[in-house]
Design a protein around this ligand. Structure first.
Ligand code: ADP
Length: 217
């Protein structure tokens, strides 16, 4: 589903990502682990077409992120480090808006919003303004916007950052549930998180992959 080959991103002298290669098969939940500054966000931004690689290639479902960016984006749901939310909109208006910008077919937009609301447990807050929600619910809205166009792939950048222990376990359960049907890459620097959620673990350090294997390994 995702093929990354010798991927590099350099910012001047900083080698944020320095020759990373890996494949992710369909249906896998991959934990992307590493300390702050290791290159996780930069790697994810290149897979999701938000950043152009300095060198190397990324294929998503066989499509090249540099030449087929629009098609790639259609296949990916992305939750960046800080969720792209509009605080002045209520949850249902915001999700309707996302179906429009995601070009979900008109006739299926209502169902798409309903599915995302159900999957992410947002039923009790759909009429609340996004700005009034707790951080846990905001993160759920962030997940809802990422899955609303029913992408095959989900890229989640530290989805539990800043949440309390209860909220963390709820978001992890959500990711596990979503991961039953989709290919998921999610980044974290918390080892237990990977143990709780993932099929496979990759560790990045100073822009290079230093481990790729099973949880048991
Ligand atoms: P992580 O997500 O693992 O915390 P990042 O991918 O955000 O790591 O950052 C990797 C490295 O690239 C860090 O040294 C960071 O300071 C640097 N970096 C990230 N974005 C930029 C940028 N826009 N300009 C310059 N350096 C950057």
């Amino acid at each position: 589903m995702i093929e990354v080959r010798d991927l590099k991103k350099h910012y001047g002298q900083t080698r944020a990502v320095d020759g990373v290669s890996f494949d992710v098969p369909p249906g896998q939940v991959l934990g992307f682990l590493g300390p702050n500054g290791a290159g996780k966000t930069t790697t994810m931004r290149m897979i999701t077409c938000y950043l152009q690689p300095t060198a190397g290639s990324v294929l998503v479902d066989g499509l090249d992120v540099t030449t087929d960016a629009l098609q790639v984006r259609k296949r990916i749901g992305y939750l960046p480090e800080s969720a792209p939310l509009y605080n002045d909109m209520n949850v249902v208006d915001y999700l309707n808006y996302v179906t429009e910008i995601r070009q979900v077919e008109k006739g299926t937009r209502r169902a798409a919003v309903r599915n995302a609301v159900e999957s992410c447990g947002l039923g009790s807050v759909i009429n609340k303004n996004v700005g009034q929600l707790s951080s846990g619910y905001r993160q759920r809205v962030g997940l809802a916007q990422a899955i609303i166009h029913d992408p095959d792939i989900l890229i989640l950048d530290e989805p539990t950052r800043g949440l309390d222990p209860n909220q963390i376990s709820e978001i992890r359960a959500l990711i596990r549930q979503i991961g039953r049907q989709k290919t998921v890459i999610f980044s974290t620097h918390i080892l237990q998180e990977v143990q709780a959620v993932c099929d496979r673990v990759m560790i990045i350090h100073e822009g290079k992959l230093v481990f790729d294997g099973s949880k048991e390994d």
